[in-house]
Design a protein around this ligand. Structure first.
Ligand SMILES: [Zn+2]
Length: 151
């Protein structure tokens, strides 16, 4: 886990503005990347018309997101839709941007109706997966497991 590289969907939206955010992913036929180094994500984006764009998204901890792209939009100083798409792809959210934002901001309790439909073994897998990626959650879960069973 490299949590120090993380940024949020909300930050991408704030940086780019809602109009650009909502159009992210449109017109993109293919993407090579993102390839990462410590603070940057490099991607080559192929547009529907075959044009290729080189993008670099910088996400240094404690600094605002920034980036470069070879499109005209970015050349004019904008945080373009391509940079947003690279960011979303890095977060594993290659979905319509509004869905990506919902996934980040909707209260977890709204998952309850869906969770009640899942079989127990699938629920157990989901909890183990969460415990494997969140150290705090894992600690609390293990402490609960060690306590006397009051049921
Ligand atoms: Zn661009």
């Amino acid at each position: 886990m490299t949590t120090w590289t993380e940024f949020t969907v909300a930050e991408l939206r704030e940086r780019a503005g809602d109009d650009a955010f909502q159009s992210a992913g449109q017109g993109i036929a293919d993407m090579d990347g993102p390839h990462e180094d410590d603070w940057s994500l490099y991607s080559t984006i192929t547009l529907d018309d075959g044009q290729e764009l080189e993008t670099i998204l910088h996400h240094r901890a404690g600094k605002p997101l920034s980036g470069d792209c070879t499109c005209p939009q970015a050349h004019g100083g904008a945080f373009c839709t391509h940079l947003i798409w690279v960011g979303l792809a890095h977060l594993g959210l290659n979905t319509p941007p509004s869905a990506a934002l919902d996934a980040e901001t909707t209260p977890a309790s709204e998952l309850r109706p869906w969770l009640t439909t899942l079989p127990q073994d699938q629920l157990i897998e989901l909890i183990i997966e969460a415990a494997g990626t969140d150290r705090g959650y894992r600690r609390r879960l293990f402490l609960q497991a060690c306590q006397p069973n009051h049921q």
